[in-house]
Design a protein around this ligand. Structure first.
Ligand code: DX5
Ligand code: ZN
Length: 221
C-alpha cells in the first residue's frame, strides 16, 4: 500500500493559491482536498463550484471534494462538470445514500462516504459495492486545526478489516488533526490517504511538510 497525501485548501492562503498548490504538489501531494461546508450540516461556510472550477485550471491533481452539506445530491452534476474527481458526502446529510453514491459514479467521479466520529461503521455493510472511498473523520467536521481523536485509530482498523473481508479496493482516507505526530498511527491502522490542512498549509514550506508527513509512513507501525 502506498501513502497518498491530500492537502486541504481550507488552510491555504487563498491569495497565493497557485503558489501554495504548486508547493504542495512539488512535495509529493497526490490529491487536493476541497472542504465544502454549507453553514447547516456544519456551522462553517466555505467553497462551492466556482472554486472547484478555478482549482481545475490551477492543477492537474485529482480534486478530492468533501461535502459537509445537507442534501449533497443537489451538487452532483455541477461538481462533476466543474472537475471534481472524488465526491464524498455524509450519510446523515441525505436520505437515499446508495442512489447518490451510484450517481456520483455514473457522473465519472469516485463515490465517497464520510463517517463522523459518532457514525457507526456498520452503515458500510449496506453500500460496500457502491463506495470507492471511505473517509474516517478523526475530528468532528467543520473546522481546520482540531486535534486528532484517538478513537479514530480503532475505527480505521475496523473499516480496513471490513474492506479486506469484502475484497473491496476502496480508498481508506482519514481527515482531521493529521500531523507528523498522528499520521503513523492512522497509517499503521490501515489508512492509505491522509487529508492534511494545518500541518501542510499552516507551515511556511508546504512541500517540505508533505515530505515530512510521507516519511512518517515509511515504516508501518
Ligand atoms: C474538517 C475538514 C478537514 C480539515 C482538516 O472539518 O473536513 O478536511 O481541512 O484540517 P486539519 O488538517 O487542520 O485538521
Ligand atoms: Zn475534509
Amino acid at each position: 500500500m502506498t501513502v497518498r497525501i491530500a492537502p486541504s485548501i481550507l488552510s491555504a492562503d487563498l491569495g497565493r493559491l497557485k503558489e501554495q498548490l504548486e508547493s504542495a504538489v512539488s512535495g509529493g501531494a497526490e490529491w487536493i482536498h476541497v472542504d465544502v461546508m454549507d453553514g447547516h450540516f456544519v456551522p462553517n461556510l466555505t467553497f462551492g463550484a466556482p472554486l472547484i472550477r478555478a482549482l481545475r485550471k490551477l492543477t492537474d491533481r485529482p480534486l478530492d471534494v468533501h461535502l459537509m452539506v445537507e442534501r449533497p445530491e443537489r451538487y452532483l452534476t455541477e461538481f462533476a462538470e466543474s472537475g471534481a474527481d472524488v465526491f464524498t458526502f455524509h450519510p446523515e446529510a441525505t436520505v437515499h445514500v446508495q442512489r447518490h453514491l451510484a450517481a456520483a459514479r455514473e457522473l465519472g467521479m469516485r463515490a465517497g462516504l464520510a463517517l463522523n466520529p459518532s457514525t457507526p461503521v456498520g452503515v458500510l455493510h449496506e453500500v460496500m459495492d457502491d463506495v470507492d472511498l471511505v473517509l474516517v473523520m478523526s475530528v468532528n467536521p467543520g473546522f481546520g486545526g482540531q486535534v486528532y481523536l484517538p478513537q479514530a485509530t480503532d475505527k480505521i482498523r475496523r473499516v480496513r478489516g471490513l474492506l479486506d473481508q469484502h475484497g473491496a479496493r476502496a480508498v481508506l482516507e482519514v481527515d482531521g488533526g493529521i500531523t507528523v505526530e498522528t499520521i503513523s498511527e492512522a497509517w499503521g491502522a490501515g489508512a492509505d490517504t491522509f487529508v492534511a490542512g494545518t500541518s501542510v498549509f499552516g507551515t511556511a514550506d508546504p512541500a517540505q511538510a508533505v515530505r515530512n508527513l510521507t516519511r512518517q509512513c515509511a515504516v508501518r507501525v
